[in-house]
Write a protein that binds this ligand. Structure first.
Ligand SMILES: Cc1cc2nc3c(=O)[nH]c(=O)nc-3n(C[C@H](O)[C@H](O)[C@H](O)COP(=O)(O)OP(=O)(O)OC[C@H]3O[C@@H](n4cnc5c(N)ncnc54)[C@H](O)[C@@H]3O)c2cc1C
Length: 479
């Protein structure tokens, strides 16, 4: 048997896995990454970056539709989905090239194939040929240390007729070269909402069916209401709660869904279904039991707060380890492992987890929500500022949304921040830095911030904080 031994074997070339590979290889350790499909993982190939690429095309369509509002000659905008896809594909190809260069420069070996454990530290790799999916042979690898960065895939709920209808996931939707006439989006979370708005802007009719009582289960009701208003104004139908009872027909032609809603049973007919109802870890069928790696009840790899699995010298990174499902968290998992391998003591406990929903305008959040504060019995002072009070929004004609901050009642620490508004992800990062540095809210209230920017709104927002024992301070600027 042709066995090759490495110091480090990494399965999956996701965010954390690839950075770990580059880091370990650069420090002179023989390191191999086995990747079955996507050089660089799902983020640059089929998730974050391709979706934001097409969302930007949808933003251009939206601007064109409303061009006359900005004093620009009105244009009739039609979306050419094969051109949208071409732009996306070109970006992905460029990103893959960047990754291949990084592999080469670091000295980490990249093997394209599917890895399966045949012993505790021994893997059988069914090689792809030239990156294609034809299997041409097998190769056996052993590693002193193994790192699992396996990722997840879209879950298909077990509803009668749904799997048979061949619904789209994000992967197929991003590859369509036609515009769905009526896209039915199952799931009102990040993935569903971003695609719903983008496809509405491209010209599809869009209906979102969310099984819970509101979109974005973890967000405060006022935040969800602001987003819902933006969606309904754009002509997106939202039904929540909606329990799918059965599906008939085939996605891509004609599908009919029987749906239980709060006002009774409804029949909804559309052309395509997008499933965005959550993720399933890629942990089945790859011999993890042979490796001594235990899974939890949902199939995620059981890990310690240092990302060690139940098998000695085997770690897990990113979504397969049950970490919050963001690329920046997979990256931080890499840092935790890197630092612990170097003898430091770093854990995943107490991480501040920022998020940004790339709707237009965006919804960004860090720290506590009001709902979570109430649930935990944490007292907070809440301040809000409508985005219309931030003068930058007047210049771009996008005044929807608000900023909201939670401050501790007796001190001056910022406990949470949420914004629905333009560039929310960038503005949130400013607040995040203040939180990380342990700055008082007054630092953002009194900072000299560039005029006119969205971040400047933080001056006004934090001016509205009522001092612990005094009345309210000033409000927004007028010029
Ligand atoms: C549509 C969509 C949009 C998203 N947008 C954002 C966003 O804007 N921002 C954000 O932070 N997050 C976003 N996410 C989430 C984000 O993509 C993931 O959290 C992130 O990519 C981290 O993934 P990972 O490192 O856990 O694994 P992945 O990047 O998924 O990597 C796992 C890799 O392992 C490979 N693999 C699995 N099993 C094997 C095996 N047995 N052998 C060999 N290879 C194997 C897979 O092919 C895959 O390439 C989005 C997700 C979706 C679905």
């Amino acid at each position: 048997m042709n066995i090759q031994n490495y110091k480090n074997v990494i399965i999956g070339s996701g965010e954390g896995g690839k950075y770990l590979a580059w880091h370990l290889a650069q420090s002179g350790q023989p390191t191999v990454v086995v990747e079955r499909r996507w050089v660089g993982g799902s983020c640059p190939n089929v998730n974050c970056l391709p979706s934001k690429n097409e969302i930007w095309s949808a933003k251009v369509a939206d601007l064109l539709h409303h061009a006359s509002r900005f004093g620009v000659a009105p244009a009739s905008a039609t979306s050419d989905m094969s051109a949208v896809r071409k732009r996306k594909r070109e970006m992905v190809e460029g990103l893959i090239a960047v990754h291949l260069d990084r592999y080469k420069a670091s000295g980490a070996e990249l093997v394209m194939g599917e890895a399966k454990f045949i012993g505790p530290k021994t893997l059988d790799v069914r090689l792809n040929h030239g990156g294609a999916r034809t299997l041409t042979g097998a190769r056996t690898l052993t590693g002193e240390r193994i790192f699992l960065n396996l990722g997840t895939h879209a879950s298909i709920p077990s509803v009668p007729g749904l799997a048979e209808s061949e619904p789209l996931t994000n992967i197929e939707l991003l590859e369509l070269d036609r515009l769905p006439e009526h896209l039915i989006v199952l799931g009102g979370g990040h993935v569903g909402l971003e695609f719903a708005q983008a496809y509405r802007r491209f010209g599809s009719r869009v209906t979102i069916l969310e099984q819970g009582p509101q979109l974005l289960a973890n967000q405060d009701p006022d935040v969800v209401a602001a987003l819902l208003q933006i969606f309904t104004t754009e002509g997106i139908d939202v039904i929540a709660p909606a329990k799918i009872l059965s599906v008939h027909g085939r996605s891509g032609t004609n599908v009919t869904l029987a749906v239980q809603t709060s006002s009774g049973e409804k029949t909804i007919t559309g052309s395509d279904i997008l499933v965005a109802t959550g993720r399933t870890p890629n942990t089945a069928g790859i011999g993890l039991e042979v490796a001594g790696v235990e899974l939890d009840q949902r199939g995620y790899v059981r890990v310690s707060d240092r990302l060690q699995t139940t098998a000695p010298n085997v770690w897990a990174i990113g979504e397969c380890a049950g970490s919050p499902q963001f690329t920046h968290i997979s990256l931080d998992d890499f840092r935790v492992i890197r630092d612990n391998l170097a003898g430091m003591n770093r854990t995943t406990r107490g991480r501040m987890i920022p998020s940004c929903l790339f709707t237009d305008p965006q919804l960004a959040h860090i720290g506590l929500t009001e709902t979570e504060a109430a649930r935990q019995g944490i007292a907070v002072r809440v301040v809000k500022l409508p985005m219309a009070a931030v003068l930058r929004t007047r210049t771009i004609d996008e005044t929807r949304g608000f900023m909201k901050a939670l401050i501790e009642p007796d001190g001056d620490r910022i406990l949470g921040f949420t914004m629905v508004g333009p560039e929310a992800g960038e503005v949130m990062a400013v607040v995040q830095m203040a939180m990380l540095a342990g700055l008082p809210y007054s630092a953002l209230r009194d900072a000299i911030l560039t005029h006119p920017t969205m971040a400047e709104g933080l001056n006004a927002l934090f001016s509205n904080v009522k001092p612990a024992n005094a009345g309210a301070a000033s409000s927004a600027r007028t010029g």
